[in-house]
Structure formats: C-alpha cells, structure tokens
Write a protein that binds this ligand. Structure first.
Ligand SMILES: Nc1ncnc2c1ncn2[C@@H]1O[C@H](COP(=O)(O)OP(=O)(O)OP(=O)(O)O)[C@@H](O)[C@H]1O
Ligand SMILES: [Mg+2]
Length: 509
C-alpha cells in the first residue's frame, strides 16, 4: 500500500471565512486509515467548521480536501455520503416522530423498496443488525422521540456507522462531541464500539474532554482561533501540553475557585418536600440556601435530571410541595418559575435553552424586556438592549461577529454562554443547572465557574446537577447523591476538606 492510500482524509491548507470572520486558517490535517484522530479546541476554534467542510455541507474558501488520496470537491452532503463520509452532529438530526429504523435509513430507504413498496421488516432487521454489532440494546421499532437524549445520540452514531453496509466504501465517521450528552455507561459502549469499528472505518472525533481523547484517539490535533496549534501522536503528548495548545497558556491552579466558596450559606430560599414523580422521584425533600451551590450526583435514570425539570416547571410531580421564599410554587408552570426568579440551563440546550433563529441580543433580552424599556414609553429601548448584549458578549467572551447573529450560527459552546447571559441579565435568585459544563471548552468552563462563584457571593442559590464529578466536588457546598429516584446521602464539601470521587460514587451505585 502506498503512503497516500493509508490516509483516509487529508485537509491541505484549508481556510474558511464567514463574511469578515475567518473561522479556519490554513489548516492541514491528516486522518490515517483505521485510526481515530481527536480534534480539540476552544468554543469557536473551528472544529465543527472542519466537519462541515469534510461532509460537504460547506465549501472551503481555500485549500484542498482529499478523500482516500483523491481530491474531492463536494457540492452536497449526498456526494460526501457516497464516499462513505457520515456525520454525527453536535445538534441532533433525528426526526422524533419516525421509528428508530426509519431514522437509521432516512434518505436511503430506496435500498429497501421494491416496486415502490418499502420493506419495513427488512429495514428493521437491518437496524437490528447494526445495533447488535455496536452492542446497543435499543428496539429499532420504537418511536425515536421516546428514547432518552443519550440513546438518540447512540442511534445517530449507529446510523453513521451503518453507511459501510450500504455503500461499497469504507466509512469515514465524523463525530462532533459525541460524548457530551452521554452517561458514563453510554460513553463506555461508544468507546468499545469505536475500538471495534476502527478495523473497518476511520474516525474523526471532536471532544472537549481530554480524557476521551486519551481513551480512544491515536492522534490528536489542537486548533486555536482557526489555526492548527498542535499535532501529536497520542503517545507523544500529555494533557498539559494539549491544554496549553488549546487555551494558549498553562492550566490555572484553583480551577473550581474553591478559595471563593462561601463558608456559611444564608437563609433557606427553596424548600422542597416529598417531591414524587411516578417511576422517577420518590419522596425527595431538601432545602437550598442563599449563596449555596448544592450539587446533585447520580447515574442516568437516578432522577437527577427529573428533579431539575420539576424545579424549572417542565415536569409535574404527583405529590409534594415546593416553597420559594416561603411562598408555594405552582408545579408545571414555567412562566411562574421565571417570574419568581428561577433561571434554568437545561440538559438539552439546543431544544430548550435558546431560540436558534433569534439573534444573540434578542435571546439575551427576552426574559428581561421589563428592564430594557424606554423610561418614557412602553417600547424596548434599542440603546439599552444593545449595550446589555454588548456587555455580556465582552464579559463572557462570546465569540460572535456581532450581537445580531442568529444563535444557530454560533458554535455550540458560545450559544450556551448566551443562555447563561440571558439569566444573569434577568437577575435570577435561583439557578437550576443541568450539566452546565456540557459543550464548553476548558477556558469557557473556567469562566462559567468563576461566574457561579460570583453569583453565589451575591446570594443566588444554585442547584447544580452534573455528571462531571470533579466539577461537582470542586464547586458544591454540599452534594446530594441520588439513586433510583431517592436521596441516598448528603456529603459536605467544604473548600478545605473536599471528598474524593469514590465517596460520591458510593452514594450513586
Ligand atoms: N454560518 C455561520 N455564519 C457565521 N459565522 C459562523 C457560522 N458558522 C460558524 N461560524 C463561526 O465560525 C467560528 C467557528 O465555529 P465552529 O462551529 O467551527 O466552532 P467549534 O470549534 O465547533 O466550537 P464549539 O466547541 O463551541 O462547538 C465561530 O466563531 C462561529 O461563530
Ligand atoms: Mg462545534
């Protein structure tokens, strides 16, 4: 085999501009056949842009793309698919109302039809075959919308890998932050599958978790501001070197700002009693105090995400009560929750955190229109709204050409910062965060952590649901562990005596 045949994918000095914004500059990257190449970088560094160029969604402004040694100029994603290029997007692309097997074969049903009649048994059998190979226990005949977010992510990944069965080509699979929505257990399934599938495919893997990169990648490329800032074989590098290439400076000590943790939280703000949701939460009672960060730990299905949904008004318990500043809070009433000062960053941010077609400014302004009015007339003050948006863009380092850009044109992490900005502008008194670090690069996480400390210092009460144990332990004043819908332990986490991970895990399993 000649050298070029061993390279599945090559970008040679590829650049991409969106108007005046240069998203990618002279990037040269090689993905070896039957290997996994990690792609890391800050929010907005250009990772998803590389993926969209490789899969034919966008054309590069300059440079060449080669697939299996041959120059490729795609004019559509379908052309890229015929060369075996399949993508698992950062935002989910599955249609919720279709059956799982219909989604697996969406756009490729023709291979399963005769005389215009679809062979649905054949399609379902095909999906079963693909799932079996990946070790997934998902019923291909169930409605896609009934699966959990993590399960849907695994279906998308299975869909991408299934290309190899449908076309006589070796798949090149592009995974854009595949683990950010997965539980630890699902991540393990994915990694095992990737290792197995490497024999038949080549994989480009975008992640913000360096631990993922060390677990499955053979090589790693770091991007900074659209340029390649580092490139190594995995055995020739370490986490500190990669971190420095991503952020441009060494990792700071005190990542979780433990020194700023409030020692004595204030008065009770939110008192939950006997919250029960059939099959999800069983008699949950706790008190959240002013200036406190209360961590909630648990595995998938433990009830931790259900609890966040109850507090934000998107899930209605069958019994129990919540009092906020002493007054009862109605269940299932999102508008009331917002009006009474509860801000939420949900786990599924793309569907419920921000409105994609609206601008950065409008998303930030929405819950705060009452503050942004003219003094003399009941209309929005353009000047106030503009300076509000500009202020947050600068303070949170939101990478966007300007405040008018639609949220859907922002990178995933930057869109998430807009969700934070909107609640901080609103001046929430209670913040319910479900996995707030998800999709954020190491630098942005650090900024968000500093913000949470600042909010806590101002007396905001924060309920922090997270899968990330170092983050939970580092940030929280106390941690409640959940198992099968019940609170199994309460762990104090003072700054000077943080528990180790094993202590928290004991309450979870
Ligand atoms: N359609 C678009 N129009 C204008 N700017 C865009 C568009 N798509 C992306 N950008 C900009 O290009 C830059 C690179 O974005 P990209 O999505 O590639 O980042 P990323 O590395 O994937 O970030 P993240 O980790 O947050 O997902 C960002 O500044 C983003 O705002
Ligand atoms: Mg991205």
């Amino acid at each position: 085999m000649s050298n070029s045949e061993q390279i599945a994918l090559e970008l040679d000095r590829v650049s991409k501009s969106y108007g005046p914004l240069v998203a990618l500059r002279d990037a040269s990257i090689r993905l070896k056949r039957h290997s996994v190449l990690g792609l890391v970088g800050e929010n907005g560094a250009g990772k998803s842009t590389i993926i969209s160029i490789v899969n034919g969604t966008r054309a590069p402004s300059a440079g060449t793309l080669k697939v299996n040694g041959t120059v490729a100029q795609f004019s559509s994603p379908a052309e890229a698919a015929r060369l075996g290029i399949a993508t698992v997007f950062q935002e989910q692309g599955l249609v919720p109302n279709l059956k799982v097997y219909e989604n697996i074969l969406l756009g490729r049903e023709k291979q399963f039809s005769r005389l215009g009649v679809l062979n649905s048994d054949g399609m379902a059998a095909f999906a079963t075959l693909v799932f079996d190979e990946l070790g997934l226990q998902i019923d291909p005949r169930c409605r896609t919308g009934d699966l959990s977010f993590g399960q849907r992510q695994l279906v998308e990944i299975a869909k991408a890998f299934s290309l190899g069965h449908l076309y006589p080509v070796e798949p090149i699979v592009l995974l854009d932050e595949p683990t950010s929505a997965l539980s630890d257990q699902e991540t393990e399934i994915l990694f095992a599958s990737i290792r197995r599938w490497k024999e038949k495919a080549s994989i480009l893997f975008v992640s913000h978790h360096l631990s993922d990169v060390f677990e499955v990648c053979d090589d790693v490329v770091a991007l900074k501001d659209g340029s390649v800032s580092g490139q190594w074989r995995i055995e020739d590098t370490d986490a500190d070197r990669i971190h420095e290439a991503i952020v441009g400076r060494p990792k700071l000590a005190g990542y979780y700002k433990e020194a700023e943790q409030r020692l004595v939280p204030g008065a009770p703000v939110l008192v939950a009693e006997g919250i029960t949701v059939a099959g999800e939460l069983d008699d949950i009672s706790f008190t959240l105090h002013e200036g406190e960060i209360l961590g909630v730990a648990g595995v998938l299905g433990s009830g931790k995400t259900s609890l966040a949904a109850v507090l934000s008004g998107t899930k209605v318990p069958s019994s129990g009560s919540i009092r906020l500043h002493g007054e009862p809070l109605s269940f299932g009433n999102q508008a009331q929750a917002v009006a009474r000062g509860i801000g939420t960053v949900p786990a599924e941010r793309n569907s419920s955190g921000a409105i994609g077609v609206h601008s950065v400014e409008w998303n930030m302004a929405l819950p705060s229109l009452h503050k942004l009015r003219h003094d003399k007339a009941p209309v929005l003050s353009a000047a106030r709204s503009a300076s509000m948006a500009q202020g947050w863009i600068e303070r949170l380092g939101i990478r966007t050409p300007d405040r008018h850009v639609q949220i859907r044109n922002l990178s995933g992490g930057n869109a998430q910062k807009v969700v934070f900005a909107k609640w901080m502008e609103r001046g929430v008194r209670v913040f319910v965060l479900d996995d707030p670090g998800r999709g954020l690069d190491v630098g942005a996480k650090e900024e968000i952590y500093a913000l949470l400390r600042e909010l806590a210092a101002q007396g905001v009460a924060i309920l922090l649901v997270s899968d990330n144990l170092p983050e939970l332990i580092g940030l929280s004043n106390r941690i409640l562990t959940f198992r099968s819908g019940r609170i199994t332990s309460e762990i104090a986490t003072p700054p000077a005596a943080k528990p180790d991970e094993a202590t928290v895990v004991r309450g979870m399993v």
